[in-house]
Design a protein around this ligand. Structure first.
Ligand code: P6P
Length: 371
C-alpha cells in the first residue's frame, strides 16, 4: 500500500525556510573564506600609518572603474564599442572606442575618490588636473595606461589596465604639477594591473608583496584568489616579438639564440610565448616564470614601452614578487623620468633569466666599446 502524505502548505514554506537558512549559513561559511578587495585593503590599511583610509578609497575607486571597463570589454562585439574611435592618441596610435571609454571611466573614478589630485595617462598629452575643492587637497597622484594592448580588443585577446600610485610632491591645495608625475619608480606607494582575460583579475602591491583578486561576477566583487604571489627564480618561457629580430642589437640576438639552443642541463630550448599584450604576457610569466623583453630597436631607439605607466608599475610588481626589471643597463625603478611619455627598453621576469640576458647585453657593450 503506498501512503501519499500531503504536507500542509505551511510545512512546505517551513522546509524552504530551513533549506534557505542552511544554504545561507553555508554561504556565510563559504563567505568567511572569501575576502573581497575592499575587506583586504581595510585589513591591511595599517601598512599605511599615515593613511586615514585615503589609500583604501583610492584603490577601491580604481576597482570600481575596473568593473565598469570589464563590463564593456565583456560585451564588446555585441555593442558598438569595438573598433577605432577614428582618432589617434598622443603616441600617434589609433585610439579604440574602448581606449577612450576606459580613460573616461578611470578619470571619473579617481576624481570621485576625492583623494587624488591628478592623473597622467597614455591617452592624454598633458597630465589631468583635478581642481575641485575636494581633489585639490588629494595627496595622491596616479600614472595609468587605462587600456593597454588595445590593438587586441577586436580579436578578443586579453588586455589590461596598468597603474602606479605616488604621494604628490606639490603642496596640498595646489594644482597637481608635472613634477608630481616625474618621480622615480622606487617612490611608488602602490602599483597594479587589471587583466581582462578568461577571468578578470586585479593584481597589486603596496611594497608588502603581491596579491591577486579575481572578479566574482555573481557578487560583483574582486575576491582574493592569489595570496602573496612569488615568481619562480628561473623559467623556460621567453617573450619577445621575434618579428623585430633584424632590428635588435647583437646582444639581444645572441640571447634569443641562447634560448633556442639545445642544452638539457639548463632545460633549453626554452618555450616562446608572446601575446603582444603586455599585461597578459607579464601575468603569465609572473605566475609560471619567464622573461619578457621589449628591447630598443632601430625604429624604437628607446624601446616602445612607457616608463611611467607601463614599465615602473610592472617593475614594482615583478620585484615585489621576487623577480627583476631592468632597461638593460639600469634598474627600471631607479631611472629618473624626464617626460610623461618617455619610453625605455624593458627586460623583466625571473631573476636568473634577467641576469642571463644582462650578461649578453654587457658583452655586447664591451665588444662595441672595443670597436
Ligand atoms: P609589438 C600593446 O600595443 C603594447 O603597448 C603592449 O601591450 C605590448 O607588450 C606591446 O605593445 C607589443 O608591441 O611591437 O610587439 O606589437
Amino acid at each position: 500500500m503506498i501512503h501519499i502524505i500531503i504536507f500542509p502548505e505551511r510545512f512546505y514554506y517551513l522546509a524552504c525556510f530551513v533549506l534557505n537558512q542552511t544554504k545561507s549559513f553555508m554561504t556565510i561559511q563559504e563567505r568567511k573564506k572569501t575576502i573581497t578587495l575592499n575587506e583586504y585593503i581595510i585589513q591591511n590599511q595599517t601598512a599605511f600609518p599615515r593613511a586615514k583610509g585615503d589609500f583604501s578609497r583610492l584603490l577601491s575607486h580604481i576597482g570600481i572603474a575596473g568593473k565598469l571597463v570589464n563590463r564593456e570589454v565583456n560585451k564588446a562585439g555585441l555593442v558598438d564599442i569595438l573598433g577605432d574611435a577614428g582618432d589617434t592618441n598622443v603616441q600617434g596610435e589609433d585610439q579604440k572606442k574602448l581606449d577612450i571609454y576606459a580613460d573616461e571611466q578611470f578619470i571619473a573614478a579617481l576624481k570621485a575618490s576625492g583623494v587624488c589630485c591628478g592623473l597622467a595617462t597614455e591617452e592624454n598629452q598633458e597630465h589631468v588636473v583635478f581642481d575641485d575643492n575636494l581633489s585639490r587637497d588629494g595627496k595622491y597622484i596616479v600614472c595609468m595606461d587605462p587600456l593597454d594592448g588595445s590593438s587586441n580588443i577586436d580579436v578578443n585577446v586579453s588586455i589590461g589596465t596598468i597603474f602606479s600610485i605616488y604621494l604628490r610632491k606639490s603642496a596640498v591645495g595646489q594644482k597637481a604639477q608635472e613634477y608630481d608625475f616625474l618621480q622615480r619608480g622606487d617612490e611608488q606607494v602602490a602599483a597594479g594591473y587589471i587583466i581582462y582575460g578568461s577571468s578578470t583579475m586585479l593584481v597589486y602591491t603596496t611594497g608588502q608583496g603581491v596579491n591577486g583578486f579575481t572578479l566574482d561576477p555573481s557578487i560583483g566583487e574582486f575576491c582574493l584568489s592569489h595570496n602573496n604571489i612569488k615568481t619562480p627564480d628561473d623559467g623556460r618561457i621567453y617573450s619577445i616579438n621575434e618579428g623585430n629580430y633584424v632590428r635588435f642589437n647583437t646582444g639581444v640576438k645572441q640571447y634569443i639564440k641562447f634560448c633556442q639552443e639545445r642544452d638539457e642541463k639548463t632545460n633549453r630550448p626554452y618555450t616562446s610565448r608572446y601575446i603582444g599584450s603586455l599585461v597578459a604576457d607579464i601575468h603569465r610569466n609572473l605566475l609560471k616564470g619567464g622573461i619578457f623583453l621589449y628591447p630598443e630597436t632601430e625604429t624604437h631607439p628607446n624601446g616602445k614601452l612607457r616608463l611611467l605607466y607601463e614599465c615602473n608599475p610592472i617593475a614594482f610588481i615583478v620585484e615585489q614578487a621576487g623577480g627583476k626589471a631592468t632597461s638593460g643597463n639600469k634598474r627600471i625603478l631607479e631611472i629618473e623620468p624626464k617626460s610623461l611619455h618617455q619610453r625605455v627598453p624593458l627586460y623583466t621576469g625571473s631573476k636568473q633569466m634577467v641576469n642571463k640576458v644582462e650578461e649578453f647585453l654587457v658583452n655586447e657593450k664591451q665588444v662595441v666599446a672595443k670597436v
